[in-house]
Design a protein around this ligand. Structure first.
Ligand code: MCA
Ligand code: AMP
Length: 506
């Protein structure tokens, strides 16, 4: 193979007329049509001057062209850097500065705000609309389609995905072709994907879940996807009778359960529902099974590693566990302080090793060394245990992280923004149980001396700098943060105090 990942997900199907995407307007795109589109984009990338190893950053609405651009980057050996559409220009500025992309692609309406940011990073800016219009599409229409596939090997970088950290500064996880391909092969195998499958795709495609777990697995086997622009209960209910599988975050499942129209008949054509990116509550698992007869298959992964464990396709899908290590992944539990391996059944740090584990953080060798051990094990920051029969359960997180609706929010990043605001002395950002998002971001603020900050004004100001999903759903002003004898803020005390804040949350 000349380009293992591209050949596996598209190259091998490039002449097939079978449907790849079912679109919301009733149209379809076949594998052959996608391959032709990808060749045009690859031609345009070459004409723009992007070469193997260069970076392309993309912040656009989900569309067939966004998928085509991902595939064109794979084909050209260009490193693909997808960015959450919620990120603000300030957040994007950091990623561009860090990754040094040659080309940035954004929605036309974001171009004015992003042009200075792209200029500051010496990157060219082109646009792409969900409809297929935009300056990149124009360049692609005029380009000579690429007629060669850029040779790559498994160790070549395919994508950067940025993931925040406890210090509040994002790190670019470098994922190789081999990382992504090995994981797609494992998942397609254990989840029994075939060319007959129709995957209901309602996830965003700027994260590992929607792009790698969903698209790579489906395309590897030559299956089709019902391509929804985003998750909506109505659209999912309409599509389910035509689909065989769906991958979702827990919020998808709780929202479906809230819909009275969702029943056993609706899910009757489905063979598989998977869940991940955040803990699936055992009650949700049980309620879903009662309503539909399907046991949601929960799996566990991370940006840096792709998927690590999965409940079995055949066998016991155990609620509250994330299942068994993938066939090519090793999982061990270690003492979080010493790193020593713990005895079976004990609770400690989950560490993973395998061909799925990333190459490190772009330009941050010291961060890489902190999390990736010399023996190849990655320290996940998740705390867990393994049962006698091999099922992994996640019991907590050592990293100070909030997962809201499947999106990660690092409190430090939000605290830094709040602390810089007028009238704020200090802040502590916590995750509080939320029925819809699993956890919701809440900020507890102490006023600066003599100030009386208005919580709504603080929220509004932070909203200009932070992606909306990171924005505290509520800001609470109190007199003093609880601290232990060492002076450390006791976030557990705050979490307990505000645990019922969203009891009535929709
Ligand atoms: C939207 N909002 C949120 C979230 N999403 N607030 C907190 N948490 C969220 N996740 C806010 C918006 O900013 C807006 O606020 C309001 O909710 C409505 O926005 P809307 O876009 O209509 O929201 P939605 O369509 O209801 O979206 C909720 C969602 C979405 C469907 C759960 O967040 C989603 O698709 N999540 C999936 C995330 C995902 O793919 N994660 C994978 C990463 P305002 O009104 O204030 O503006 S993790 C991963 O890849 C690893 C490897 C893994 O294991 O999978
Ligand atoms: P990210 O790197 O942004 O994809 O987030 C990865 C983190 O999401 C993991 O380290 C876990 O804390 C969490 N996560 C992913 N899947 C699950 C799951 N099934 N159950 C609990 N936590 C999960």
């Amino acid at each position: 193979m000349t380009n293992p990942l591209y050949d596996a997900v598209l190259g091998q199907h490039a002449t097939r007329e079978d449907v790849l995407l079912y679109l919301p307007d009733g149209g379809t795109i076949s594998y052959a049509e996608m391959a032709a589109r990808v060749a045009r984009f690859a031609g345009a990338l070459a004409e723009i001057g992007l070469q193997k190893g260069d970076r392309l950053a993309l912040q656009v609405a989900k569309s067939p062209d966004a998928l085509a651009l991902y595939l064109a980057c794979l084909r050209s050996g260009v490193i693909f850097l997808p960015l959450n559409t919620a990120y603000t220009p300030e957040e994007i500025g950091y990623f561009l500065d860090n990754a040094g992309p040659g080309l940035v692609v954004c929605d036309p309406e974001a171009a004015t705000a992003l042009q200075p940011v792209a200029d500051a990073a010496n990157a060219r800016l082109l646009t792409m609309e969900a409809s297929g219009a935009g300056s990149l599409a124009e360049a692609a229409a005029k380009s000579t389609p690429a007629n060669t596939v850029t040779p790559c090997d498994s160790d070549d970088l395919a994508c950067f995905l940025y993931t925040s950290g406890t210090t509040g500064r994002s790190k670019g996880a470098m994922l190789t072709q081999g990382n992504l391909l090995s994981n797609a092969q494992s998942l397609a195998g254990i989840w029994r994907f075939t060319a007959e499958d129709v995957l209901l795709h309602a996830l965003p495609i700027f994260h590992a879940h929607g792009l790698f777990v969903a698209c790579n697995v489906s395309m590897l086997r030559g299956g089709a996807m019902i391509w929804l622009p985003s998750f909506s209960v109505d659209a999912v209910l309409e599509a389910l009778p035509h689909a065989t599988a769906m991958m979702g975050v827990p919020t998808f499942y709780t929202r479906l359960l809230d819909a009275p129209a969702f029943d056993r008949a609706q899910a009757g054509h489905m063979r598989l529902f998977t869940s991940g990116s955040a803990p699936l509550r055992a009650e949700t698992h049980v309620a879903f099974r009662e309503r539909t007869g399907h046991a949601i298959l929960e799996r566990y992964g991370m940006t840096e590693t792709g998927m690590n464990t999965s409940n079995p396709y055949e066998g016991d899908r155990r609620a509250g566990t994330v299942g068994l290590p993938l066939p090519d992944v090793e999982v061990r539990i270690t003492d979080p302080e010493t790193g020593a391996e713990l005895a079976q059944g004990e609770t400690g740090m989950i560490e993973v090793r395998g061909p799925n584990v990333f190459k490190g953080y772009w330009g941050m060798p010291e961060k890489t060394a902190e999390e990736l051990r010399a023996d190849g094990f990655f320290i996940t920051g998740d705390l867990g245990q393994i049962s006698a029969d091999g099922y992994v359960s996640i019991v907590g997180r050592q990293k100070d992280l909030i997962i809201s609706g499947g999106y990660n929010v690092y409190p430090k990043e939000v605290e830094r923004v709040l602390d810089a605001q007028q009238g704020v002395g200090e802040s502590a950002v916590i995750g509080v149980p939320h029925r819809d998002f699993g956890e919701a971001v809440v900020a507890v603020v102490v006023a600066a001396e003599g100030a009386t900050p208005d919580p709504e004004a603080l929220r509004a100001e932070a909203g200009a700098r932070l992606a909306r999903y990171k924005l505290p759903k509520q800001v609470i002003v109190i007199d003093a943060l609880p601290r232990n004898t060492m002076g450390k803020v006791q976030k557990n005390v705050l979490r307990e105090s505000y645990a019922g804040l969203f009891d009535g949350s929709a």
